[in-house]
Design a protein around this ligand. Structure first.
Ligand code: NDP
Ligand code: PYR
Ligand code: MG
Length: 540
């Protein structure tokens, strides 16, 4: 089978007719061609009413016929991603201990402490391993501490690596660490698949993590690790602890930072053209100051400084709001990760109401990473619209039911002028006779290409410059037609093309930072590299 890209980038699958080996005669139905079987699988999928049933069906298809699963996934990205990834993967996590059929990844438990090397060595494909997504289940999407029920997140992200960047399936290791859970409902559930204990204290977790990382790097010497959905304090702590020692990145901090910077830059161009305000005049209000909110704030600040602003000027464009309201110095003790963005200039009483905060800040962009459903009320959206001809409103919390507002609300209350991206997908809308398309500001656009680039460059670490290269690469990858349609992110159907471009940018950044270990890529021209990368991709 080959995948051909048509002029508009849509992938078409061509399946060469294969003579059926005599050996199989009688063991399969007399007429079973891949094309017709693809139609059969789609029909079976679409006959299911509930998202979770579709998820279970696709999990079984991936297990029994991975070629068909990935073939369909690639040719139906818009239909498949909401099932294998957010929002439905959220339900799969919540119900994991009940819908579980067979293992799809590696579980490493606190009970394995002292013996972790032996446990990870049980993985079947030791030499092939290139990328692992590791979660401890402590903050799955916006759903909280799900313990080992977080496994489908690692599985889902790696399916997107395989589909979106052509990483070989046997090179991926989904991992869920079992360090207990503080969610009583799971501890009381007789079917819960993890250790029936509260989460271990941070000292014990640090010892466990040090042993785990050492075991992973010696067992899988070519492996890159993506940390996923760790609670915010641990997300920052472990990124700092390991980023200069192993090739690791944190998807919620860095992947989200990269994808939102990219969408913001495309939105800011449109917004600035309407308002006449230069990029340097934008003010960004973050509703939510956890790993994702602060990760995006850091990425924006770093971009502004690259544009020539001083660190203080760049910082001054950013305002954080957390559960206690506006984050400012005089408020008192602040979590470490919020301190950089704490406002020195605000001296008044605590400001909690978001409408008061919008009135005070006069933001051009409102980014939601708070897990608070419908926090962007009609009044909030109207307030943004009153001060911006094209307001940037990104409700980025996942899954979709935790989105700070719907696309429909954002369109309705801005008279169709909103520049919109959400974490989970919404459907396009017809507004006053015009088709409007919501963006999906989700790190799924970044991590496949970032991971592929790091793997191909044989990168020893993942630098900030590589993450930034991925972000700017994504921003650049919109086609003129997509810009004409008002899109902020490229169509997901083009994910392989996008991942190729991002990987190329990431490889160049790795070379510039001297963390690469692939001499032959250094001498390749950009166009040769763009042609070579797809040849390294696995195709179903
Ligand atoms: N679109 C994407 O690609 C991504 C989306 N996300 C989503 O972002 C969300 C947040 O993730 P993460 O940052 O890791 O989680 P956290 O739980 O660390 O952060 C949530 C933040 O929201 C704040 N918050 C909670 N309640 C309120 C409230 N009533 N008003 C204002 N702020 C409030 C919290 O305040 P406090 O600090 O005071 O507790 C905290 O700062 C999740 O839903 C996640 O799915 C995450 C990664 C990627
Ligand atoms: C998308 C993602 O990584 C999250 O919601 O946590
Ligand atoms: Mg995440």
């Amino acid at each position: 089978m080959t995948i051909a890209l048509t002029s508009n980038g849509v992938q078409k699958l061509k399946v060469a007719a294969q003579p059926r080996p005599q050996l199989l005669r009688g063991l399969t139905p007399p007429v079973l061609t891949p094309d017709v079987h693809a139609m059969r699988c789609l029909e079976q999928l679409r006959s299911k009413d509930k998202g979770i049933e579709k998820y279970i069906y696709l999990s079984m298809l991936k297990e029994q016929d991975p070629e068909m699963f990935y073939r369909l996934c690639l040719s139906h990205m818009t239909e498949f991603t909401p099932i294998i990834y957010t929002p439905t993967v959220g339900d799969a996590c919540l119900q994991y201990s009940h819908i579980y059929r067979r293992p799809e990844g590696l579980f490493v438990s606190i009970k394995d402490k002292g013996n972790i090397k032996a446990i990870v060595s049980n993985w079947k494909q030791l030499d092939e391993a290139r990328i692992s997504v590791v979660t401890d289940g402590s903050r799955i999407l916006g759903l909280g501490d799900l313990g080992v029920n977080g496994m489908p997140i690692s599985v889902g992200k790696l399916s997107l690596y395989i589909a979106g960047a052509g990483i070989r399936p046997e090179s991926t290791i989904p991992i869920c660490l079992d360090l207990g859970t503080n969610t009583q409902k799971f501890l009381d559930d007789p079917l819960y698949l993890g250790s029936r204990q509260k989460r271990v204290a941070s000292e014990e977790m640090d010892e466990f993590m040090d042993e785990f990382m050492e075991a992973m790097s010696t067992t899988f010497p070519k492996l890159m690790i993506q940390f996923e959905d760790f609670s915010t304090d641990n997300a920052f702590r472990y990124l700092e602890r390991y980023r200069n020692k192993y090739p690791v990145f944190n998807d919620d901090i860095q992947g989200t930072g990269a994808v939102v910077l990219s969408g913001f830059l495309n939105a800011a161009k449109i917004s600035s053209a309407a308002s006449g305000r230069p990029l340097s005049d934008h003010r960004i209000l973050f509703f939510g100051a956890g790993s994702a909110g602060v990760g995006v704030a850091m990425q924006l600040m770093s971009f502004f400084t690259l544009q020539g602003m001083s660190a203080e000027e760049a910082r001054s464009r950013i305002y954080l709001v957390d559960s206690q309201g506006l984050v400012f110095d005089a408020r008192g003790k602040l979590a470490e990760h919020k301190k950089v963005f704490s406002r020195h200039d605000y001296q008044g009483p605590p400001m909690k109401n978001i409408l008061d905060i919008i009135d005070y800040v006069q933001p051009t962009a409102l980014l939601g990473l708070s897990t608070i459903t419908d926090a962007f009320t009609p009044a909030v959206i109207q307030a943004m619209s009153a001060i911006n001809p094209r307001p940037i409103i990104f409700p980025l919390s996942n899954p979709v039911r935790l989105s700070e507002c719907t696309f429909e609300a954002a369109v309705t209350h801005t008279g169709g002028n909103v520049l919109f991206a959400s974490g989970s997908p919404f459907n396009p809308l017809d507004f006053e006779g015009k088709a409007l398309y919501p963006g999906q500001g989700n790190n799924m656009y970044i991590f496949p290409g970032l991971g592929l680039g790091a793997i191909l460059a044989k990168s020893k670490s993942v630098t900030d410059s590589m993450v930034e290269a991925a972000s700017l690469g994504l921003a650049e990858s919109l086609t003129p037609e997509e810009r004409e349609m008002g899109l902020l992110y490229p169509r997901i159907e083009r994910i392989r093309e996008i991942s190729t471009f991002i990987a190329k940018q990431v490889i160049r950044a790795a070379q510039k930072a001297n963390v690469d270990d692939s001499e032959s890529l250094r001498t390749m021209s950009d166009s040769a590299l763009m042609q070579w990368i797809p040849t390294k991709m696995w195709n179903p």
